[in-house]
Ligand binder design. Structure first.
Ligand code: SF4
Ligand code: SF4
Length: 481
């Protein structure tokens, strides 16, 4: 048995020798057909179609509100996703969503290894698409290798130009789709093509499109192997029951070439055809065991199953299997898959807790919020009649699409009067109006009764009562001599 393996990328990987970096060119994986290839293609089409078409989906939010279903409105400082509307003050929902996404990733990894990397990650999806385009223009693996070795000619130059042009179109369409999430998609698209869009729009199209082109066309598996941090810590989420793409050495070894009609008695089922290696998009040999560079895409399973069909052996020499089950199979024991176990139950419970917590806080969230800023210069002033006056800036966030009238009062400084500087009121409570879907800003004075003396810091609470009965308390302080 050879101690080395020539992979789809031409990397020479010696058993037991795991270098941090091996300089090599791009991998030219061989096309395969099978279940995992079909799943990957279907997901690629669904994800890319959604990414490009989602900005055009409309969602009626009433008059004056944007009707784009998914929108990050930078000027209006809002994020919309269908019925969800997030204000900058509610950015903690984003933190919650990221936490939830992390937990889902952990669960997927604990259950079936790098499903995310192999099927859903943008790098994988775009690499797949770019390789498919390369196959259309140049041909499959052998043609790609032959093309690389060919001397320069008009035909080679033309083909290379066509290939890069098609890759650039994909990059450009990705950059354009990206910016459509930040403004009305129909209007932005028309502005882009009539050269009316803001220069920043073209800059972002260039940055996103350029990175898409470089990462999909020329970096490819290098991103997964050398750049992405997830591949480095994924093993912490695996245990002996996690299903990972595994070569079943107990069945495959001793491997060796096989000739038609020869029996398989006394030898392993691996015919050393290297179909698994040559079809691997990261260019590794899975027969050396689970590796950091394996993104769990399952294409080697398709390639090997095809070989097994050709030599009349059962599928599954390479399969999604756990370490535990491989040991059981070696001993001829039953090997049921254990998806539900303490680790996955813990992750699922955490997902349920975080998900329900997010849902509850979202459904019950207040649609009015208050921010108070105590003025610092001066911290307080003494009025002619001996009272103490403090200044504040009050922001009332009316997150509903109708006007509200609020009454503002204070607690903590007995007998204090409130004055809205631009207003006419000078009483213990003042009415405030806030337009629909807006932030109303008021400058206020709170003045203590004449002759009262206060400690340097007296706790002061603003109480805002909405016309719909909502009451919000906001803590602040009242400064004195
Ligand atoms: S070894 Fe198999 S599952 Fe892993 S990346 Fe290569 S083809 Fe995909
Ligand atoms: S495809 Fe299967 S039979 Fe061929 S080398 Fe890989 S493991 Fe062995």
């Amino acid at each position: 048995m050879s101690n080395e393996n020539e992979s789809a990328s031409g990397i020479q990987v010696a058993r037991g020798d795991v270098p941090y970096y091996v300089e090599h060119g791009l991998t030219h994986p061989r096309a395969v057909f099978g279940l995992f290839r079909k799943i990957k293609t279907a997901l690629m089409v669904i994800l890319l179609a959604f990414f490009h078409l989602a900005p055009f989906i409309r969602w009626d939010r009433g008059p004056g509100a944007p009707d784009q279903a998914i929108l990050i409105d930078m000027t209006g400082r809002r994020a919309y996703a269908f019925f969800i509307e997030i204000w900058p003050q509610e950015v903690y929902y984003l933190t919650g969503m990221l936490l939830l996404a992390g937990l889902v990733l952990f669960t997927m990894s604990a259950m079936a290894g790098r499903l995310w990397c192999g099927f859903l990650c943008w790098q994988t999806v775009y690499t797949d698409l770019f390789v498919m385009i390369q196959r259309l223009v140049v041909g499959d693996r052998s043609k790609m290798l032959e093309f690389g070795r060919k001397k320069w000619s008009v035909e080679k130059f033309a083909r290379l130009a066509l290939l890069n042009a098609l890759w650039l179109i994909v990059g450009l369409s990705t950059g354009i789709a990206f910016v459509l999430y930040f403004g009305d998609a129909f209007q932005t698209l028309s502005e882009i093509f009539t050269l009316q869009a803001a220069s920043s729009t073209y800059v972002f199209i260039g940055i996103v499109g350029g990175f898409c082109f470089l990462l999909g066309a020329y970096a490819r598996e290098h991103v997964c192997v050398y750049v992405c941090p997830y591949s480095r810590f994924q093993t912490a989420m695996l245990d002996e029951h996690s299903l990972v793409v595994t070569y079943e050495a107990w069945r495959g070894e001793p491997r060796g070439p096989h000739h038609k009609g020869e029996p398989f008695e006394g030898r392993g089922h691996c015919i050393d055809c290297k179909a698994c290696v040559l079809s691997c998009p990261t260019g590794i040999d899975i027969r050396f065991g689970n590796q950091l560079a394996c993104i769990g895409c399952g294409l080697c399973i398709d390639a090997c199953n095809d070989m097994m069909d050709r030599v009349g052996l059962p599928h599954g020499l390479i399969s999604y299997e756990s370490d535990f089950n491989i040991r059981a199979k070696e001993q001829g024991l039953a090997a049921p898959k254990r998806i539900i176990r303490p680790r996955t139950v813990t992750y699922l419970t955490l997902i349920a807790v975080v998900g329900l917590g997010l849902l509850f806080t979202f459904v019950t969230r207040a649609r009015t919020a208050v921010d108070v800023l105590h003025e610092r210069a001066p911290l307080y002033v003494q009025t002619k009649d001996g009272g103490i006056r403090n200044g504040y800036t009050l922001k009332v966030l009316n997150m509903e699409r109708k006007t509200h009238v609020y009454r503002l009062s204070t607690e903590g400084v007995p007998g204090a009067t409130l004055t809205v500087i631009s207003g006419e009121t000078n009483a213990a409570t003042v009415p405030l109006d806030a337009d629909p879907d807006s932030v109303a800003t008021f400058r206020l004075y709170v003045t203590s009764p004449p002759g009262d003396t206060f400690k340097a810091h007296t706790d002061l609470t603003f109480v805002l009562t909405s016309d719909d009965g909502t009451v919000i308390h906001k803590e602040s302080l009242f400064a004195g001599p």
